[in-house]
Design a protein around this ligand. Structure first.
Ligand code: PMP
Length: 389
């Protein structure tokens, strides 16, 4: 199915924007859409719909190793991030997050603290994109912090955060921890019995489920004031009112189950493909820089700056490769990547950066062809830049 979705000749390396729908997800969505039933209705149709939702809730909980009752379905990670921060923020306390978060966290954090800008602490990252934990310890010492929100994996560079260390320090200081794990879930194993975050956001389409459905994990024993964004019929224990998106949720569950199967081995396979891609590209092209901590990255992400080759020209010169300039989420927003700038890159370097992201349907052949296309496209873009107008 993924092949059918992508086509024979296209090389899809934009999993961080969205992953190709998994066949299991397509089947679950279609099956649910062939039935009638509101998951809150008491008759048989409603109960069948409720059963699909229960199954999906269990499948998502299994992927995270948490309990089903800790999952609140949302319209995606954007909503999950908004909900987490709205619920956990407190006007008399600080909100700590990082300079490299997705706008769904950054913009929400800014809006919540608009009236008290000193209540927002943005932790810097180093040149490798790693969050400065000393800055976190200082923030926790200097402020009374309500919530620390750190992304588990960066969408542009794949750089991973040491979430366990964040949890330890934040909990000692009495703060809650939220992690935007949108890019990590379904790509690397995670165990919420071990990583004791209080809140975690995910989005189904990043691991082969449908777009427009996600979830917020809310740890059972945390005390959060009841502050939903959507009020209404009381669905999702009142945390997210509105008729449940049964088909989308069923697809999310099926994708979670498929992603969980053999995940550690699949993660290692993707890492080998990514490493082979980087080795081959950098061996053939001088003046490339791979962005992000080499061994603290998601296995499938490769952010490469090709000096002297603007990313838009590189992408235009290899139409068969679907990759991204910086982040697809912020394309549309003018200006260079805030993530690369936060890592100390210049505007010019940021504009010469391409993000390749691999996933479950990526093959060795895709990578061989992508290497060839990338080398050709970068040489072409560099020649065009060097040519007199
Ligand atoms: N957080 C991160 C890290 C992301 O990469 C994305 C999607 N690009 C989101 C949040 C938002 O997800 P969605 O658009 O599915 O709500």
């Amino acid at each position: 199915m993924a092949d059918a979705v992508i086509g024979d000749e296209a090389i899809y390396l934009d999993y961080n924007a969205t992953a190709p729908p998994r066949p299991e997800a397509v089947e679950a969505v279609t099956a649910a859409m062939r039935e009638v039933g509101n998951a809150t209705s008491v008759h048989g149709h409603g109960q069948d719909a409720a059963h699909r939702v229960d199954t999906a809730r269990r499948q998502i909980a299994e992927l995270l190793n948490c309990s089903s009752g800790e999952i609140v379905f949302t319209s995606g990670a954007t909503e999950a991030n908004n909900l987490a921060l709205h619920a956990a923020f407190s006007h008399d306390k600080a909100l700590v997050t990082t300079t490299v978060e997705h706008p769904a966290v950054l913009e929400t954090a800014k809006a919540l603290t608009a009236e008290e800008p000193h209540a927002l602490v943005l932790l810097p990252v180093d040149a490798d994109g790693l969050v400065d934990l000393d800055a976190l310890y200082l923030a926790l010492a200097e402020h009374t912090v309500a919530i620390v929100s750190v992304m588990a994996a960066n969408n542009e560079t794949g750089v991973l955060t040491d979430v366990s260390s964040v949890v330890k320090a934040a909990h000692e200081a009495g703060a809650l921890v939220h992690t935007d794990a949108t890019q990590l879930i379904g790509r690397m194993p995670i165990d919420l019995a071990e990583i004791e975050v209080d809140l975690l956001s995910l989005s189904a389409h990043k691991f082969g489920g449908p777009q427009g459905v996600g979830a917020l994990f809310m740890r059972r024993d945390i005390a959060l004031p009841y502050r939903p964004l959507m009020r209404g019929g009381g669905q999702e224990r009142g945390w997210r009112a509105g008729t449940l998106n049964v088909a989308g949720i069923a697809g999310a569950g099926a994708a979670a189950q498929a992603a969980a199967f053999g995940l550690a081995a699949e993660s290692a396979r993707i890492r080998r493909l990514r490493d082979a891609f980087e080795l081959a590209v950098t061996a053939q092209l001088p003046y490339c820089r791979i962005n992000g901590a080499r061994d603290q990255r998601l296995p499938g992400v490769s952010s490469i700056t090709f000096a002297g080759a603007p990313a838009d020209a590189v992408l235009a010169a290899m139409p068969e490769v679907a990759a991204s300039e910086g982040s697809a989420c912020s394309s549309g927003a003018p200006g260079p990547s805030h993530v690369l700038l936060a890592m100390g890159r210049s505007r010019e370097e940021a504009d010469a950066t391409v993000r390749f992201s691999l996933g479950y349907a990526t093959t060795e052949r895709d990578i061989d062809r992508a290497v060839h296309a990338t080398v050709r496209a970068v040489r072409q873009a560099r020649t065009a830049m060097a040519a007199p107008p």
